[in-house]
Design a protein around this ligand. Structure first.
Ligand code: HEC
Length: 114
């Protein structure tokens, strides 16, 4: 009896399912907010000006608010931080964080609540 499905068709369907599953898992992994990645970014891109943690001994600019200050929601809402990071401030030149990196940075900043 002809089921209407060829062997090639079945293989193609299985391949399609595998690819779709890998894609969904990949997107999920990418979308997960990760403060550790935010910390790594801050160590590279922010530490020259901001105190990114209370343990920091390297000098920071007196004009740049410490991350512990931003960690409390008072005045520094996620929306404000996100809006600010979408428009990198002058000195951050060379770094245009994407939305994922912005989320990771904000997540890291939040771990610095005093
Ligand atoms: C070369 C110095 C420099 C670097 C690098 C830098 N900043 Fe800043 N940042 C400042 C200064 C100075 C201010 C305060 C003046 C201002 O708001 O522009 C500031 C302000 C901010 C603010 C406060 C915005 C607000 O709403 O008041 C945030 C958030 C911020 N920086 C995040 C970051 C993050 C995250 C990084 C790293 C990805 C970074 N900055 C890198 C100098 C820097």
């Amino acid at each position: 009896m002809n089921t209407g499905y060829s062997a090639i068709g079945r293989v193609a369907a299985i391949v399609a399912i595998v690819i779709a599953t890998a894609w969904v898992l990949g997107v999920r992994a990418q979308g997960r907010i990760d403060p550790k990645r935010g910390e790594a970014l801050a160590n590279t891109w922010c530490i020259n000006c901001h105190l990114i943690s209370n343990d920091q001994t390297a000098p920071a600019s007196a004009d740049a608010p410490p991350f512990t200050t931003m960690a409390t929601d008072d005045g520094y809402s996620d929306e404000r931080l996100r809006a600010f990071l979408r428009e990198p401030h002058g000195p951050m030149e060379g770094f245009n964080p994407d939305e994922k990196q912005i989320n990771d940075l904000i997540a890291y900043i939040r771990t610095q609540a005093p």
